[in-house]
Design a protein around this ligand. Sequence first.
Ligand code: URP
Ligand code: ZN
Ligand code: ZN
Length: 471
Amino acid sequence: MGILIKNGTVVSATESRKLDVLVSGEMIARVGVGINESGHDVVDATGLLVMPGGIDAHTHLDMPFGGTTSADDYTTGTQAAAVGGTTMLIDFALQSQGHTMREAFDVWRAKSRGKACVDYSLHMAVTDLGPGDGAHGLREMEEMVAEGISSFKLFMAYPGVLMIDDGLMFKVMQKAAALNALCCVHAENGSAIDVVVAQMIAEGKTEPHYHALSRSPKAEAEATHRAIALADMAGASVYIVHLSNEDSLAALKFMQGRGAKALAETCIQYLVLSIEDQMPGESWEEAKYVFTPPLREKWNQEPLWEALADGSLAVVSTDHCPFRFADQKELGRGDFRKIPNGGPGVENRLQILWHFGVNAGKISPERFVALMATNPAKIFGMERHKGRIAEGLDADILLWDPTAEYTISAETQCMATDYSMFEGWRVKGNAAKVWSRGELVVDNVAQPGKFLGATGRGRFVKREANGGGMG
Ligand code: URP
Ligand code: ZN
Ligand code: ZN
């Protein structure tokens, strides 16, 4: 007895076809035309699209940051993801300076154990290779790859907390190249930004708006070029996270054109929010949109959409790093340096990408699938298990209703914040049903906005080191 999804249109990264999908246990058993119904529970998907469950490659759950901890833990964060159609997250384990990667790995595994509700993995953020020549840290990178952590995060921003210097970054990149692991980089020139920040504060420019103005697109573009150039020198594959503006896109495309093994993601907020609309410098409410890199001038959005369509940008994720407005963002009232950086989005990624991307004719349904699931699965070393509707893969399946209208609101969301970045927005296109490894975990038609599975059912996914799929 399996689950047979009939009469739907299966959308892959390359084509859309009327096909039936048979799920047996946790796996997709068959994909084909006219699969016999007998003995199966039949789900009628007439008018619906059958897609791989979303993969959000950039989230920060239960993360200590900015003097507080991100508001979603592994339970609320993964449930919110599932309700929005996302069945797999890659979160970040942060190594603290003076501590080992093993400690960070253990801490983050403990945070998720018994709490995660869909499958998840971790990137390891490297901040310290240990004393001397760093041999211990470099050996730990081998251990992490053996644990299934095939991507390392490097911060060029947040001096004194997470930022590393170019020498350390280059050493990690050389080791990553040897391991065929992927380097994920937060590319912003943290040192230059800190000078501007100090000058602004000295001039009394303390409001949230100045957070955005203090972090120039040029500081991001410079770091984007430097990160890719160093990775290229080291022979490593590199993935620029949360690329936010056209200058940085130009740096990425330049290095891609020179043959660098460079990929990048953007996030939903940079595609639809802007300084003009959300951060005009009028109120404290703008603290809701303080994240890093900041929102950019609106004209940057179109080039980002074009890059998603033409393939220069490979992934759309969220950088979901939620803080409540009432008591957490409040920590920075009167000093934007103290506003916890981050925003909530994991629940809304697919709605925003579909409504403003597919409905607006900027990307096709197939490109939507590539950007939200198939590419992240491939780039992050899990394409044998996730990211496609194909026989033998995990039955992480999203039934997408392109006609469903939905109003985004903090009142009804599962994310643990007291606000939404998209409050009141009416979108068309939403998850109807979601299966995670063959289990129906969301039915937004019968029980909207509710996670139906058991808490803690999510599994840690070991990922292969595959050079980001670029060899
Ligand atoms: O503001 C952000 N993005 N917070 C999370 C940490 C990061 O830089 O990704
Ligand atoms: Zn970042
Ligand atoms: Zn992030």
